[in-house]
Design a protein around this ligand. Structure first.
Ligand code: BGC
Length: 250
């Protein structure tokens, strides 16, 4: 399968527990086949993860350029941080690693940036002008800042210091689970977080993604901020779709 077929691209989403991938219809912003998921190798070393990415591509016989998310700062292909992944990734040239291990050229980008690009092109912020902030609430907090459709990469707003804490350690979905917070208690933490963010950036729209956005009706109405805030619509496919989209554009 190659991107010469119809309007296809290919996206891979590297997460802490699973590596997921699928061909993507770039006109519709939808997966063109059911995605494949394989467990993230433990330890999640660069070599082991790159091999797993190769297996996902092999499954679809994808032999062309692809996009791939990574849950850390990725600056021109170089992994710069490792908040929730194996620290051996720091300093790795992910473009070169994936190209040599899989035999296909890759664009590697931050996971939230990929999700943000997809939500702005096809999802909750489709065609929204102005300053759009897409955040993902999961193990960490990811952020994507998109201004008039142009992505400002690697904003890392999950690591703002708020009340002397790394924000994601108090407001990510993992903090809610770890501390057994009620939806109301967690919404208060999110109100604190998003109030701080909106006072710095004054976005026109905030989109909230991550698995917990599926249950947004339970907690989102209790987040009291001035900026319009809406759940993401592409759910757990946003990373795959955004990665494919950005790789096709680059
Ligand atoms: C990382 C970000 C990532 C986010 C979501 C944070 O801990 O620093 O790069 O986007 O988690 O995975």
């Amino acid at each position: 399968m190659t991107k010469k077929h119809k309007h296809l691209g290919f996206g891979v989403d590297i997460g802490g527990s699973g590596i997921k991938g699928a061909p993507v219809d770039l006109n519709k912003g939808k997966l063109a086949a059911e995605r494949v998921r394989i467990p993230t190798p433990q330890p999640s070393t660069p070599e082991a993860v790159a091999e797993a990415v190769g297996q996902v591509l092999d499954h679809f016989d994808w032999d062309d350029r692809f996009g791939c998310t990574f849950p850390a700062v990725v600056q021109h292909g170089i992994v710069q941080t490792a908040a929730n992944v194996d620290t051996s990734w720091i300093g790795v040239d992910a473009h070169e690693l994936l190209r040599s291990k899989t035999g296909r050229p890759a664009l590697v980008i931050n996971d939230a940036d990929a999700a943000g690009a997809a939500e702005v092109r096809f999802g909750a912020a489709k065609d929204h002008k102005g300053v759009v902030l897409v955040t993902t609430l999961g193990t960490g907090i990811g952020s994507a800042l998109v201004v008039d459709g142009v992505l400002v990469p690697n904003t890392e707003l999950g690591h703002l210091e708020i009340d002397s804490c790394d924000a994601e350690s108090r407001a990510a979905d993992s903090a809610r689970e770890r501390e057994g917070l009620s939806w109301e208690e967690w919404a208060q933490r999110l109100t604190r977080y998003y109030s701080h963010v909106e006072a710095l950036l004054w976005p026109d729209l905030i989109v909230v993604g991550g698995g917990v956005s599926k249950k947004a009706e339970k907690w989102l109405p209790a987040v009291q901020i001035r900026t319009p805030i809406v759940p993401a619509t592409l759910r757990n496919e946003a990373g795959i779709i955004g990665a494919a989209l950005l790789a096709a554009r680059s």
